[in-house]
Design a protein around this ligand. Structure first.
Ligand code: FPP
Length: 224
């Protein structure tokens, strides 16, 4: 059975779910947050140490301002209401991506990271204003600036995921088969599962099923 240390998720399909059932994309985001909570609980049950959630990409700025504001409000309220509980549960929160939000949200994110920094049960990496190409270009620039030799090990030091093991498993919901500029370097050997269901309808049972399948895959890492 394969060990499972790190799950990464592209939570796709909120907008479609919201339009279909509530005539509002934002309602889909609100519902999607409930799935986030369910999946965090289930990740702890499986004793998985790292969960990376793609919440906002560098490309998502192209969405209507109203939707962007709604998403960040949702995040703000989530942190305000839930960070103490996450902390009590021994969960560490880390943001990957560039924190260039409102000063209120930036402060809240920094505070949440600092507060939970020593927690060890589960590390949640929230990808916010994250883009893998930007992350890689930035890492190469740092290699160059510090006159470091270009090696895999040196490059990894300058990624936002420094000190985080690569994901073993990537799940993308929403019946779309692409990586959308997410962890392109780190996913080199991940097992990838594309799920038809939209994120708000994805549940513990679906997650368990994928984990079970993942555990039984023969992972070769290039060997035979
Ligand atoms: C993709 O669905 C989802 C997002 C861009 C946002 C993800 C946000 C959440 C799950 C809720 C907030 C999370 C936290 C942690 C506060 P989409 O809108 O691209 O869906 P579509 O493909 O149907 O348009």
């Amino acid at each position: 059975m394969n060990p499972l240390n790190h799950v990464a998720i592209i939570m796709d399909g909120n907008g479609r779910w919201g339009l279909k059932y509530k005539k509002s994309r934002n309602a889909g985001h609100k519902e999607g947050l409930k799935t986030v909570e369910k999946i965090i609980k289930q990740t702890i049950k499986h004793k998985i140490k790292f969960l990376t959630l793609y919440a906002f990409s560098t490309e998502n700025w192209r969405r209507p301002k109203k939707e962007i504001n709604y998403l960040f409000n949702l995040l703000e309220n989530f942190l305000i209401n839930r960070i103490d509980e996450l902390h009590k549960q021994n969960i560490k929160l880390k943001i990957i991506g560039v924190k260039n939000f409102s000063s209120k949200l930036n402060k809240l994110l920094n505070l949440s990271e600092r507060k939970t920094d020593k927690n060890r049960l589960l590390q949640i990496n929230l990808a916010l204003n994250y883009g893998s190409k930007y992350e890689l270009v930035n890492a190469f620039k740092k290699l160059q600036k510090n006159k470091n030799k270009i090696t895999e090990k040196n490059l990894t030091k300058y990624l936002q995921t420094k000190n985080i093991p690569d994901p073993d498993l990537l799940i993308r919901t929403g019946n779309t088969h692409r990586l959308s500029n997410f962890l392109l370097w780190q996913l080199a050997y991940a097992e990838i599962f594309f799920e038809k269901k939209l994120w708000p309808e994805f549940n513990e049972k679906d997650y368990n099923k994928i984990i079970k399948k993942f555990k039984n895959i023969k992972r070769n890492f290039g060997k035979i």
